[in-house]
Design a protein around this ligand. Sequence first.
Ligand SMILES: Cc1ncc(COP(=O)(O)O)c(C=O)c1O
Length: 364
Amino acid sequence: MKVPYIDLKGQHASLKREISSAVDKVFRDSDFILGKSVSELERKFAAYCGTRFAAGVNSGTDALFLAMKALGIGPGDEVITAPNSFLASASSIAAAGARPVFADVRDDMNIDPARIEERVTPRTKAVMPVHLTGKPADMDPIMELARKRNLHVIEDAAQAVGTEYRGRRAGSFGILNAFSLHPLKTLNASGDGGMITTDSEPLYRKCLALRNIGLKNRQESDFWGYNSRLDTLQAAIVGRKFGKLGKWLAQRRKNAALYRKLLDGVVECPREESFEKCSYHLFVIQADRRDSLQEYLLKNGVETKIHYPIPIHLQKCAQDLGYKRGNFPVAERQSQRILSLPIHQYLSEKQIRYVASKILKFYK
Ligand SMILES: Cc1ncc(COP(=O)(O)O)c(C=O)c1O
């Protein structure tokens, strides 16, 4: 049996008519730049997250970068984030001219609020919790610490559309928050795309200007900006998928529950607390002999991934930050043990049972 890690071709086949008609409409209207589909998607996105505003931008990375620009974060400032995230969490901080500062994660792979507090200095301007894999970071203590130390919170919700923490959706906690619409995300474009969510009207307006060369109207700009608009075609495609999101998330949650039932006790499966709702962008197990397991699964037709094998502080690009191996033992240990199993909404029960049976066999 073959179990692909992701099935974008299958997704396209099942949505072909909707996507073609969405694309066709954009061509008929020819409003390719900041067209109607962009503002429609922004409205839907904000309503879904429970924020007042959303601004479409050209990637999740830019959503983070522009959030920091909007907040005036730059040279001399520090932003605390997790070392086990995708590179973009930290690279966006560096791109804004600030210094990425890492705090280790907990067993659940999300940033440890107690470790954040240890890293706060007079230069710290913001905390960027990442809801890695679609599991929410522990937002109550993070928000409390941010209030106490007067820090901004910028959620990296790139992997977390639909994630909930104590009844609130990811992307509704921070002052500005970032989502990715990358093709591999659950709510995905057919190219790059991202979204910023916020309750602050002035910051929302600033993001709208920043993404569009700084223009506040057709002619005038008060500050230098960027070209980071969400493409109308991508917005139209994502807009058509929005209606399916609830069903997809439910299917991913069902898949996760089945994996858990079959694999708990054999490998470490991600836990879900009663106060959270994980969206399972990824289903990451932690396992002994991870590399051999991955190889064995591949030989048996099961494609898996590692998110991410090299913690950011050990990347060459982070050399100047002065970290070394051993600085973040939890993240480092996890990087040797984590394995992302296929979790997408097009998997059949038979495929999940097959993956689990192969894992059981490997450890027998
Ligand atoms: C945690 C995290 N942050 C940021 C990003 C950046 O998003 P994008 O690829 O849309 O720039 C991604 C995904 O790619 C991500 O997984």
